[in-house]
Design a protein around this ligand. Structure first.
Ligand code: APR
Length: 231
């Protein structure tokens, strides 16, 4: 089982949240990443996420994304869970990706809760958009799990964590729960825990094996080694 965070997309040019130049240096979480922020100033929140959606057209997956696609291809069972809302895992070749914090490429109807893929040029301006699912089209919101909201697919994720034999975390600061706790659960169930991160994160004590450095530089060789170990 693999859990990725913002660090895996950093070398593709997507800013992380908590590094020195991170997104939360410039924006208050309460303003742009909470249901209260959306209610108070939807135009600000919409503009923030529309800019991030437009950025997807300017970035490419990096060697760490490609390495994870090869890992999936070479293993009998692998589940890739990401806290990232970009689509770089999919574009890097991963087939089965669980986005626990939502996705930028989809938007969610505020009334029905249904998500739709909306990445045409007309979907990327700062104008609000309406859904295709309701008889009277309703406003769409970013399909993002904000602070104070429940991460998605948690039942499936907890079941997989319970059953996994290796739990690998790549590029996450271990600040945000419940994602940061998954490694503790995996370890308690006997899984070998592995970390690949630029610097020592909050929850470093939970890892059996730590590789400090850039994911794009480390991952290709690590995946090659893991695949030869699993043969
Ligand atoms: N390779 C590996 N790790 C890196 C790289 C890199 N090239 N660049 C940065 N990192 C590491 C940083 O050292 C940091 O520990 O990635 C981590 C990124 O941490 P955060 O910015 O906190 O991102 P993440 O853990 O994904 O945040 C979790 O917080 O704001 C929310 O919902 C948002 O999903 C996000 C959640």
């Amino acid at each position: 089982m693999v859990l990725t965070g913002a660090g895996i997309s950093a070398e593709s040019g997507i800013r992380t949240f908590r590094d020195n130049d991170g997104l939360w240096e410039e924006h208050r979480i309460e303003d742009v990443a909470t249901p209260q922020g959306w209610r108070a100033n939807p135009a600000l929140v919409w503009g923030f996420y529309q800019a991030r959606r437009r950025q997807l057209n300017e970035v490419e997956p990096n060697p760490a994304h490609a390495a994870l696609a090869s890992l999936e291809e070479g293993l009998e069972h692998m589940l890739l869970i990401t806290q990232n809302v970009d689509d770089l895992h999919e574009r890097g070749g991963s087939k089965d990706v669980v986005h626990m914090h939502g996705q930028l490429v989809t938007l969610r109807c505020e009334t029905s809760g249904r998500s739709e893929h909306r990445m045409d040029a007309a979907d990327l301006t700062d104008e609000f958009l309406t859904c295709n699912c309701c008889a009277e089209p309703q406003r769409l919101r970013p399909d993002i799990v904000w602070f104070g909201e429940q991460p998605m697919f948690m039942q499936e994720i907890y079941a997989a964590v319970d059953a996994c034999d290796v739990f690998i975390v790549i590029g996450s600061s271990g600040h945000v729960y419940p994602a940061a706790d998954l490694v503790h659960i995996a370890r308690a169930k006997g899984a070998r825990t592995v970390l690949v991160n630029a610097e020592a994160p909050m929850n470093i004590g939970a890892f059996d094996e730590v590789h400090l450095g850039k994911a794009g530089e480390l991952m290709p060789a690590l995946v090659e080694a893991w695949l030869s170990e699993s043969d």
